[in-house]
Design a protein around this ligand. Structure first.
Ligand code: PBG
Length: 329
């Protein structure tokens, strides 16, 4: 049968070499960031029950993981601290000898080439689990800012190369910038969790860090996931306050907003594939319902295709391997 077809998109899908030649999304290991939990104590490597394959490390045990990441070509980590004690004011977040501060000092010494990012928030350190100070009615914005700025400064003084505020208080980027500049750290970038939603995808993280709010939820500070224009507004505000990189979080299910912020600003865009995304892939793969590696790759590529420049993921090491092998990228 003779059919005259001018356009045959299948022509460019013939053979792996050609398919790779016309690939639209390219990615590289240098864009991966691995989030890691550091816990007060010694000789700890505890598996996180809801995040199979992820661990809480004590400072004296984290080196093996850092070296493993370096070997895999993952050049950057982000630290979350789990303190020995929590209190109302989250003092462990900005203590000179706080858990992440100790981790930064140790990591700088053990792996000087690794790029170190500090998550700046209070929820892992407050007894009530909220991301800021309470005033009887709720989470108070303006008094929290000073403590966030102090937290960021203490992390940088301990060796953090970059800070990433995840609390969602208004004005925190400006407050942190001012504090860092005043202490001479004008060259330390801020990666702002600019577009962070009140999301059920963070469930396993809160198990890992013991940071679930003791009462209520985070909806008075994290964003309502029905909103798109507000995502753009948050991104613009953080850019104006001096953010160097804008993050969208979660990644999966938020690709529209990654694209929106990418097109509407001129800053590098980060996306955080969060704990619930990881846990769902693991659970479905363990049940034999999906292939773990393929799903992981497809999720990552979709985030990059949406506009991601920097991808934070618990699968960083495995993705680096897939990129190395040319399976994706
Ligand atoms: C701290 C913070 C959270 C995550 C990153 N920083 C928890 C939260 O906001 O409740 C979640 C990361 C993940 O789920 O992997 N505020």
């Amino acid at each position: 049968m003779d059919i005259e077809l001018i356009h045959r998109p299948r022509r460019l899908r013939k053979g792996a070499t050609l398919r790779k030649m016309v690939r639209e999304t390219r990615m590289d290991k240098s864009s991966l960031v691995y989030p890691m939990f550091i816990k007060e104590g010694s000789n700890l490597k505890e598996e996180i029950p809801s995040m199979q394959g992820q661990y809480r490390y004590s400072v004296d045990r984290m080196e093996e993981k850092l070296l493993e990441l370096c070997d895999a070509g993952v050049g950057s980590v982000m630290f979350f601290g789990i303190p020995g004690q929590k209190d109302e004011r989250g003092t462990g977040a900005y203590a000179q000898d706080g858990i992440v501060q100790k981790a930064f000092r140790k990591a700088k010494e053990a792996c000087p080439d690794l790029y170190l990012i500090g998550d700046v928030c209070m929820c892992e350190y407050t007894s009530h689990g909220h991301c800021g100070l309470l005033n009887g009615k709720g989470v108070e914005n303006d008094t929290t800012l000073g403590l966030l700025a102090q937290t960021a400064l203490s992390q940088v003084q301990a060796g953090a190369d970059m800070v990433a505020p995840s609390d969602m208080m208004d004005g925190r980027v400006a407050a942190i910038r001012r504090m860092l500049d005043r202490h001479g750290y004008t060259d330390v970038p801020i990666m702002s969790y600019a577009v962070k939603f009140a999301s059920s995808f963070y469930g396993p993280f809160r198990d890992a860090a013991g940071s679930a709010p003791a009462f209520g939820d985070r909806k008075s500070y994290q964003m309502d996931f029905h909103n798109r224009r507000e995502a753009y507004k948050e991104a613009l505000l953080d850019a104006e306050e001096g953010a160097d990189i804008l993050m969208i979080k979660p990644a999966m299910a938020y690709g529209d907003l990654i694209r929106e912020v990418k097109d509407g600003t001129c800053l590098p865009i980060a996306a955080y594939s969060v704990s619930g995304e990881y846990a769902m892939v693991k659970a479905a793969a363990n049940a034999g319902f999906v292939d773990e590696t393929s799903i992981m790759c497809e999720m990552a590529v979709s985030a990059y295709r949406a506009g991601t420049d920097i991808y934070l993921t618990y699968f960083a090491k495995e993705l680096a391997k897939c990129m190395e092998e040319g399976r994706i990228g």
